[in-house]
Design a protein around this ligand. Structure first.
Ligand SMILES: Cc1cc2nc3c(=O)[nH]c(=O)nc-3n(C[C@H](O)[C@H](O)[C@H](O)COP(=O)(O)O)c2cc1C
Length: 206
């Protein structure tokens, strides 16, 4: 089949297939704190590493219809624009259920670590808290953001770019000087409500 984006239902597809086609996607489990000190934690699968030297990440925050008082920004984005830092908590199989729970829409005044039953770990370079027990954490500072084009409703997503300024790795995830992903089995987002864990790793050399 061939179709123009937005017309998938005319072709027998009940849901937009885009996220199923571009999968698996890594999950950036973004922790942040508001200027008022309320911690926030939410997963973002429009997320990736985008450069190595200097090391940088990005994620995309879709518009939030609930948040009229924050220019339509989700809480993570609003916090990062206020405090200019965030954490990326790596999601292994053990963190999967709490990661999904932290995506529930809750008031900005609610601490989402508490909501998801998670304990905070202090960062070394940033004041945003990190998720205790995650296999690794990236401490990030805000670099820039880009407003993406407006959709038919007049709202738009925002790409957030950050510098990685500190890296924590659970020593138990390291074998012979290399991170062994099979020890934590990174969780990937597929399409719809589907997820996968990385368990099958093979090496190829160019
Ligand atoms: C696995 C997963 C991936 C998600 N990816 C994104 C994403 O890339 N962009 C986005 O705006 N929302 C994404 N969401 C939804 C947000 O996590 C959700 O809207 C969250 O409540 C935002 O919270 P906040 O307002 O506290 O930042 C995702 C949810 C899940 C479960």
């Amino acid at each position: 089949m061939f179709f123009i984006p937005g017309t998938h239902t005319e072709h027998g597809l009940t849901h937009s297939p885009l996220k199923a086609l571009i999968s698996p996607r890594p999950i950036g489990w973004i922790s942040s704190v508001s200027a008022g000190g309320v911690a926030n934690l939410s997963p973002y699968s429009f997320f990736n590493a985008i450069a190595e030297f200097p090391p940088m990440v990005m994620f995309i925050s879709a518009p939030d219809a609930r948040a009229e008082n924050k220019n339509g920004h989700k809480d993570s984005l609003a916090n990062i624009l206020e405090t200019r830092e965030f954490g990326v908590n790596i999601v292994g199989r053990k963190q999967a259920e709490q990661m999904v729970k932290s995506s529930q829409p809750v008031e900005a005044s609610i601490d989402e670590f508490d909501h998801a039953g998670l304990t905070k770990m202090a960062g070394q370079k940033i004041s945003a808290p990190l998720v205790t027990g995650a296999p690794a954490h990236l401490e990030c500072t805000y670099y820039n953001h880009i407003d993406l084009p407006k959709n038919a409703n007049g709202s738009h997503s925002v790409m957030v770019l950050g510098h990685i300024v500190g890296i924590h790795i659970d020593d138990n995830m390291v074998e012979n000087g290399r991170v062994d992903v099979t020890r934590f089995q990174p969780v990937a987002r597929l399409g719809y409500m589907d997820y996968a864990n990385v368990t099958d790793v093979y090496e190829m050399t160019p």
